[in-house]
Design a protein around this ligand. Structure first.
Ligand code: MD3
Ligand code: FE
Length: 232
């Protein structure tokens, strides 16, 4: 794994500020897949959770379902931003401007989540912030994120609450994979050559964080969905 820091940071891969020496180093897990441990300190994590509680009061967690079969996901979801990712048997995977159950617009993306987006260095703001909630028994199978037209934009992930075992591979299903633990406050940038890699969450380590009073894990993924207008 490549260590990216102020001395060997590679232009075009990492355009953020150098990290102070007391922080864990950035790790390039694969080309374009960058792990920023402890991006958010405890106070910032608490603020994010408070913002997400407010958001989920207006846009409640829903259970997405697989296209065609209608098999429910074990992860519950909601969204913030102008667009949200939803899935059901009839309509399949898609982005839409309204909550699938209430029919109202999604709440705004929390300001602190936008700070994580900036670390990705993309020229335009995110349009969707998908919020995944995992109970200790929940998992997410290996998949690619390819419902976005702006595949040049990174996906930016923020982990909150219990730690998880995250797995990623290459661009084809069935190839070799590697695993890494993600902890509360970590950010992962998924861009460049890794943007279409297969990935999933194999395990939640219940009871590893005190951030969420009832336990579990929250993951935010910030996404650009549509191609920005030229100059934007
Ligand atoms: C995207 N979420 O919501 S985020 C998802 O922890 C999703 O909830 C996982 O996969 C979660 O679609 C993982 C981090 C991540 C890692 C690698 C990726 C997102 C990625 C590779 C390509 C695209
Ligand atoms: Fe994904």
């Amino acid at each position: 794994m490549a260590r990216l820091d102020a001395s060997n940071g590679r232009p075009g891969v990492w355009r953020g500020p150098p990290r102070p020496p007391y922080m864990a180093p950035m790790l390039e897990l694969a080309p374009g897949l960058i792990h920023l441990p402890d991006f958010f300190d405890r106070a910032a994590q608490e603020r994010l959770v408070a913002d997400l509680r407010e958001a989920s009061a207006r846009a409640p967690l829903f259970t997405p379902r697989m296209p065609r079969t209608g098999k429910p996901f074990s992860v519950r979801m909601t969204n913030c931003g102008p667009l949200g990712w939803v899935s059901d048997a009839a309509g399949g995977y898609r982005y839409q401007a309204t909550h699938p159950e209430t029919g109202t617009a999604w709440p705004a993306i929390p300001a602190l989540a936008l700070e994580a987006w900036k670390a990705g260095g993309y020229r335009a703001p995110p349009e969707a912030c998908l919020v995944n909630f995992y109970e200790a028994s929940a998992k997410m199978g290996l998949h690619q994120d390819r419902d976005e037209a702006a595949l040049d934009a990174p996906v930016v992930s923020v982990s909150l609450g219990d730690s998880c075992l995250f797995r990623f591979g290459g661009e084809t299903r069935g190839g070799s994979t590697r695993s890494v633990r993600l902890h509360s406050g970590d950010v992962v940038l998924i861009g460049g050559a890794s943007r279409l890699c297969f990935h999933g969450v194999d395990k939640i380590y219940g009871g590893t964080s005190t951030l969420l009073a009832q336990g579990g894990r929250l993951n935010l993924t910030l996404r650009r969905v549509t191609q920005p207008l030229e100059g934007g």
